[in-house]
Write a protein that binds this ligand. Structure first.
Ligand SMILES: Cc1cc2nc3c(=O)[nH]c(=O)nc-3n(C[C@H](O)[C@H](O)[C@H](O)COP(=O)(O)O)c2cc1C
Length: 192
């Protein structure tokens, strides 16, 4: 099944797009294999170099390993449709934006957090790690459970790990995985 999914998700591109863009997709089956600490450090080393408005770097990440109490807390805040496949993912990352810093309110904080998560996703993919971002979680509840500082605003949870076997995946989840990748064709206009 894993090979079948990889084939479905493999994108063909007429232009010389780097392989890690084409290989990436957001899987719903992760192996429980642990991520080497050095790889996790590499991912966040890359994230640090993300550009941001006025270089304010309005992001913060909480990393929870499977088995830890923080992991269970984050898991408990996920929507039911996410909980069903996020069980043994080795790492859950809660990505927060910092809405207000020493310079005041930051209206580009969410934009910049998004860029930093893109860096995370692609550096991870280059290392052979898959990721799946989720907006389906209770932001207020996670803030309370993890006692987050007031200025750290939870925005997305990221499942990170190696691709799983796809055995024993509930039918309703597997059916989503079997869908071919889809994108809009027209996303830019060259202006005169
Ligand atoms: C901000 C954001 C929130 C998302 N939330 C969820 C989610 O709660 N559950 C889920 O299964 N996928 C979620 N996704 C994954 C998207 O559905 C997925 O990226 C999109 O369908 C494109 O598929 P691909 O990443 O495999 O190319 C989210 C992605 C992003 C960027």
């Amino acid at each position: 099944m894993k090979d079948k999914i990889l084939k479905i998700k493999d994108k063909q591109e007429a232009h010389p797009v780097a392989e890690f863009f084409l290989k990436r997709f957001s899987p719903r089956s992760f192996s429980s294999k642990k991520i080497p600490v050095a790889d996790l450090e590499t991912v966040f080393a890359a994230v640090r170099w993300t550009p941001s408005s006025y270089n304010r770097q309005p992001w913060y990440f909480y990393v929870a390993e499977e088995g830890s109490s923080s992991y269970k807390k984050i898991l408990s805040t996920l929507s039911d449709s996410n909980k069903v496949w996020v069980q043994k993912v080795p790492i859950l990352i809660l990505a927060c934006y910092i809405a207000k810093d020493e310079y005041g309110q930051n209206s580009y904080a969410q934009y910049d957090l998004g860029q930093s998560v893109a860096t995370l996703v692609y550096q991870a993919q280059i290392l052979g790690l898959y990721s799946h971002q989720m907006a389906g979680f209770d932001k207020k509840k996670v803030s309370e459970l993890l006692s987050l500082p007031e200025d750290h605003k939870p925005w997305v949870v990221i499942a990170l790990g190696y691709l799983g076997s796809y055995d024993n995946l509930p039918e309703e989840v597997l059916s989503k995985e079997l869908l071919p990748p889809k994108r809009k064709d027209q996303i830019y206009t060259v202006l005169k």
